[in-house]
Design a protein around this ligand. Structure first.
Ligand SMILES: [Zn+2]
Length: 362
């Protein structure tokens, strides 16, 4: 399954850009450069320091998403914009005027297609007579206006989808004929991936550049066996090595789902985003449970400046509840007949002291 976080839609890209402008109105401005056949705007996001001397500035143009199915190029463009408005980029904003087109081909992005609505590739649409597509035209308008000294065009490794871009496939192997050169390229790609902290694995050569992810491996990734009354799972090969090395969150979710399939936890947190940490501790051997809720939910910019308070969360307790108390809010909580306890609004943190039958009261 593809992860939504890795493939921003056209609406999400535009919303992200507009949120940056709202948050940093002095640093960020947005122009609609053209509209696609589908009526979607092609946005140019300009970041610079308005107090800098404009005549001394270098002009940089960055385009992403010319190929709609290369999702991670859009993601990289948004990450670049996030960095450009951060304090760390103050010197860059002084010395440069940067124009980012984070989604040149929004129709292609929505259709998950390489080309635009007419099937044309914007990056090949720069004939001497001028671009024929609105997408190609948008890039030309930005280039004509900005006269950039540096132009960067972001692409990704093709139709496999961005979640697969986490693995660098050395598809170049299919095109280079010299074996030694192939191995040198593959080794360079692996080293670059490791330096960048990207999970990098050498895969067998693919049949073509846009062939998608390699097919079913010979050995299954996950094996489920019955063992007496229970079930055992075997996760093959490099699962835990990869998790230790790269901390891939999907792996953590997978293990969590496997556990939850078979074991019902005493306490479940309902309605919370992933940004809430939820450790459950017991006070002494038989004392009450102390359920900690730590809220790391912030806006899109990093570092997080303000915490977004959370409303409407609840706990589901899979045992008869004797008493529950929110220690920060300072009030008693009541469980309904299904063991559900509505929680008070949570700002940075809350601690719930809970006793069920068989525990000593708090
Ligand atoms: Zn491309």
């Amino acid at each position: 399954m593809k992860s939504r976080a890795f493939q921003p839609t056209s609406d999400e890209v535009a919303a992200h850009a507009r949120a940056l402008r709202a948050r940093h109105p002095r640093l960020v401005s947005i122009r609609t450069l053209a509209r696609t056949a589908g009526g979607r705007p092609i946005l140019g996001v300009i970041v610079t320091d308005p107090d800098a001397c404009s005549s001394g500035q270098q002009h940089v143009l960055v385009t992403a998403g010319q190929h709609g199915n290369e999702e991670s190029s859009r993601l990289v463009a948004l990450a670049l914009l996030d960095w450009l408005v951060s304090p760390a980029a103050a010197e860059t904003r002084r010395s440069q005027r940067i124009v980012v087109l984070p989604n040149v081909n929004p129709d292609g992005a929505e259709a998950d297609s390489h080309g635009n609505a007419a099937g044309l590739e914007p990056n090949l649409d720069h004939a001497p007579g001028g671009a024929q597509t609105p997408e190609g035209r948008a890039v030309e308008i930005a280039a004509e206006r900005e006269q950039p000294e540096l132009y960067v065009d972001l692409h990704a490794c093709g139709h496999a989808g961005c979640s697969h871009d986490m693995v660098l496939y050395p598809w170049t192997l299919n095109y280079a004929e010299d074996d030694n050169l192939c191995h040198a390229i593959a080794a360079d790609m692996l080293a670059a991936g490791e330096r960048a902290g990207v999970p990098a694995r050498l895969c067998p050569p693919l049949p073509g550049r846009y062939s998608g992810a390699p097919g079913r491996p010979v050995y299954p990734f996950l094996i489920r066996n019955r063992a007496g009354q229970g079930v055992s799972y075997y996760l093959a090969g490099t699962f835990f090595e990869l998790y230790r090395q790269f901390g891939i969150t999907h792996y953590r979710h997978l293990v969590r789902h496997l556990v939850l399939r078979h074991a019902r936890p005493l306490v479940e947190l309902v309605g919370a985003p992933e940004s809430v940490e939820f450790p459950v501790r017991r006070s002494g051997e038989t004392g009450p449970l102390l359920i900690h809720l730590v809220n790391y939910t912030g806006g899109m910019t990093r570092p997080i400046e303000t915490i977004v308070p959370l409303r409407g969360l609840s706990l589901k307790i899979n045992a008869p509840v004797k008493s529950a108390r929110a220690l920060v809010a300072g009030r008693r909580l009541v469980a309904d007949r299904n063991g559900r306890i509505g929680l008070p609004d949570i700002r940075e943190f809350e601690v719930i002291a809970l006793t069920t039958t068989g525990m000593k009261p708090a």
